[in-house]
Design a protein around this ligand. Structure first.
Ligand SMILES: [Zn+2]
Length: 255
């Protein structure tokens, strides 16, 4: 079957045009290759950055969890949103468009959130500063502006408090997290980000549940502990190695 769209239009005949489809020309007036290829350049530079503080150990319990949003009081420039750890059906969620299955999971998990929170998650998950397999993330716009659709500008700073349950003790560990980025970077953003990180950290330390600074140890893999459903809140964790329910912090019972 001839591919008509490959043929030149009538009236655009040139020596190299074939007379019958699919048959190469015998006229050897080949188009010569230029000595230098003239290329049109395309480029997109995305810049994502963020900072995470030391951890603060909190006395365990749901009260500490409820107190997380108040740690952003005085710093948040818009509404404070809480992002819970992801359940097992979203365990592959990744904000990468070229991976449709992972991207769909991510959208299904996060389309309910505000543009600020979604932007924060894209930035902070892309640079691995937040892991919703075990983190509870409390988020707001902290500095800068949003566009007319409500999405933060590249130099706006987003972030808040990230909390997870320490696998060794069951204590809640909180840390300050900030991030920014997009199509550009500005010189003073890093400095403002550091200042905001300090502000959040002092808010965390001011909590009545705070016990003091502690190094961050992410929950480590332990094979064969996955697929547990929390007997206390019914949450099915996406995190395959949790001793403690990422959502309510209670010890997971092994069936
Ligand atoms: Zn639970």
């Amino acid at each position: 079957m001839p591919l008509d769209f490959l043929k030149r239009k009538n009236g655009d005949a040139s020596p190299s045009t074939t007379q019958s489809a699919g048959r190469p020309t015998t006229n050897a007036q080949a188009v010569s290759l230029p000595e230098e290829v003239v290329a049109q350049e395309f480029q997109l530079k995305l810049y994502y950055a963020g900072k995470s503080s030391e951890g603060v150990r909190m006395t365990a319990g749901p009260n500490a969890l409820n107190e997380l949003p108040s740690m952003l009081h005085g710093l948040a420039k818009n509404e404070i949103e809480v992002v819970d750890p992801l359940p097992i059906e979203f365990s592959q969620a990744t904000p990468v468009m070229a991976r449709p299955s992972e991207a769909m999971q991510w959208l299904n998990a996060h389309h309910v959130h505000s543009p600020v929170t979604r932007h924060a998650l894209v930035v902070l998950e892309s640079i691995d500063a937040v892991d919703l397999a075990f983190d509870t993330f409390v988020c707001a716009l902290l500095d800068g502006e949003v566009d007319t659709s409500g999405y933060p500008e590249y130099n706006a700073i987003v972030g808040g408090v990230s909390a997870h349950w320490d696998e060794a003790t069951g204590d809640m560990i909180c840390r300050a997290v900030v991030g920014w980025g997009g199509k550009g970077v500005r010189g003073d953003t890093d400095r403002i980000g550091t200042k905001l990180l300090g502000g959040i950290l002092s808010n965390i330390l001011a909590s009545q549940y705070a016990l003091g600074l502690t190094p961050i140890e992410r929950p480590v893999p332990a094979a064969g502990r996955g697929g547990l459903v929390c007997a206390h809140c019914g949450f099915a964790s996406a995190h395959e190695r949790a001793f403690y329910c990422p959502k309510c912090g209670m010890r997971l019972l092994r069936g």
